[in-house]
Write a protein that binds this ligand. Structure first.
Ligand code: SF4
Length: 98
């Protein structure tokens, strides 16, 4: 039986395409509100058995939340937040013309 893959320690850092600078695996492992970054397989596969490691570490729910939920764009999220603020402002009477 092969030993389970272990992630590299923080002395190994790779260039993050999102941030534009060097970061360790430990950052990528918890980048998404404690869950792994959704691109972690792509970024770390050249360095160790990241998929086998995460399949062992994550619960099925965490796996689904990390890799199988549609990624919402930041612009869409921002538009939704503005709409919510406008609706709550309308309910509270703010923004009404007198
Ligand atoms: S896994 Fe995510 S946070 Fe880590 S290097 Fe890749 S894009 Fe950046």
């Amino acid at each position: 039986m092969k030993p389970a893959p272990q992630p590299p320690d923080d002395s190994l850092q790779i260039r993050c395409p999102k941030l534009g600078h060097q970061i360790p695996f430990s950052y990528c492992r918890t980048e998404n509100l404690g869950l792994p970054c959704s691109r972690i397989m792509f970024c770390w596969q050249p360095y160790f058995g990241v998929e086998a490691y995460l399949r062992r570490e994550l619960t099925p729910e965490e796996w689904r939340d990390t890799f199988e939920k549609p990624v919402q764009s930041k612009v869409l999220t921002l538009v939704e937040l503005i709409e919510q603020a406008q609706k709550s402002g309308a309910k509270s009477g703010r923004g009404e013309k007198k």
